[in-house]
Ligand binder design. Structure first.
Ligand SMILES: Nc1ncnc2c1ncn2[C@@H]1O[C@H](COP(=O)(O)OP(=O)(O)O)[C@@H](O)[C@H]1O
Ligand SMILES: [Mg+2]
Length: 367
């Protein structure tokens, strides 16, 4: 018997020319609580929908225990009993009471007798704090309560794995907490779960593993501490820090300075940077690139300016990579420019290293 619960092998999914998943291979083990994060459109929903075959693979295989669930003769009705799914919208039957909503599937699909189904439903309703709503109709419940019922409806089937696709994103913010608390409680009970979520705090608290999805697959995976505090790859870092990035390249001494300054301005306004911060970034761009570097580098000039703004800390990091001989701007003899630079930046670091096509690398913080 293998260790994995679900094994995904070279999974590919294409919708015409759109290929959200290119080649995904991963094992999901019993007891894993996996949060799936990443920018929208990166195939997070597509991925979990393929785990219960609501979406067919274009190529590749998915094994549940040792059975290939992508095989044409695989019985999907059996799979659906083992894999519970909770969506953004709760999808309760409006004409049925809470208890009827919960016991319908186990009686019809699992042949559970009514009394057993009732007893189980009651116990689960108590667990999610909604026992008193047993005979209510869905429209008498708040969104958060309906979602908790939807979770009970999945749990009563005793699934081997629960899939959540943004379970709280359709909710009023005041109700997010109650649903997250229920999910956290289930996670602790050892059920294997995959949860697509936008809430980093929630993901960090409940997960044993995080999948960051981007570029057609699981771009980086790791334990919460690694992904949230020490991501190894660039895009993960940008996503986690909610970085807004602007890149500018100067390849000619006659570059259009006004247009470049305008790019910084637009970037700043679009991302709601303080006016003061925008001015400082523009000033640094001008002092370092125009005043110090351009006269030295002349016709051979090659400069890359990267501005990363973090909403988290309200500050920006500026990276300036440039060609030419080894040269730290702090060694220039323009005292006025240097004084301005020091006044408006902190943590100025210089290093000389052949990297990314540039020898000189400057990094500093503007706030
Ligand atoms: N049924 C579909 N038909 C065509 N394109 C789709 C379909 N479902 C998803 N896509 C496309 O696949 C990509 C990934 O979608 P999705 O899995 O919903 O991303 P996410 O959940 O990460 O936001 C998107 O570009 C989306 O437009
Ligand atoms: Mg989605």
């Amino acid at each position: 018997m293998s260790n994995y619960l679900i094994r995904v092998e070279h999974l590919r999914k294409a919708y015409g020319d759109v290929v959200p998943l290119k080649d995904v291979s991963v094992d999901i083990n019993c007891g894993d609580v996996i949060s799936i994060i990443g920018p929208s459109g990166t195939g997070k929903s597509t991925f979990i929908r393929m785990l219960n075959q609501m979406e067919k693979v274009t190529s590749g295989k998915i094994f549940f225990r040792d059975e290939d669930i992508t095989a044409p003769d695989y019985r999907l009705d059996l799979l659906r009993q083992k894999v519970g799914m909770i969506f953004q919208s709760f999808n309760l039957f409006p004409q049925m009471t809470v208890i009827e909503n919960i016991i319908a599937a186990p009686m019809a699909l699992k042949g559970m007798d009514k009394q057993t189904a009732y007893d189980k439903a009651k116990a689960l309703l108590k667990r999610v704090g909604l026992y008193e709503k047993i005979f209510a109709y869905p429209d008498e419940l708040s969104g958060g309560q309906q979602q908790r019922i939807a979770i009970v409806r999945a749990l009563i089937m005793e699934p081997d794995v629960l899939l959540f696709d943004e379970p709280t994103s359709a909710l009023d913010p005041t109700m997010v907490g109650e649903v997250e608390a229920v999910i956290k409680n289930i996670a602790k009970s050892g059920v294997t779960m995959l949860i697509v979520t936008h809430s980093m705090e929630f993901a960090e608290k409940i997960s044993t593993r995080i999948f960051y999805m981007d570029e057609g697959g699981i771009y980086e995976e790791g334990k919460p501490a690694q992904i949230f505090y020490n991501p190894k790859r660039e895009k993960t870092r940008q996503f986690i820090k909610r970085l807004k990035v602007l890149e500018l390249e100067i390849n000619s001494p006659h570059f259009d300075f006004i247009a470049y300054a305008n790019h910084i301005d637009i970037f700043g306004v679009k991302n709601e940077l303080a006016k003061k911060l925008i001015n400082r970034l523009t000033l640094m761009f001008e002092e370092i690139c125009l005043t110090i570097l351009l006269p030295r580098l002349g016709d051979t000039v090659k400069i890359k300016v990267t501005i990363e703004y973090s909403e988290h800390d309200n500050s920006a990091e500026m990276f300036i990579d440039y060609n030419g001989e080894e040269f730290n701007i702090e060694d220039c003899d323009d005292d006025v420019a240097l004084r301005l630079i020091h006044k408006n930046t902190s943590q100025l670091e210089y290093r000389a290293e052949d990297e990314g096509g540039f020898l000189n690398h400057l990094k500093f913080t503007v706030s």
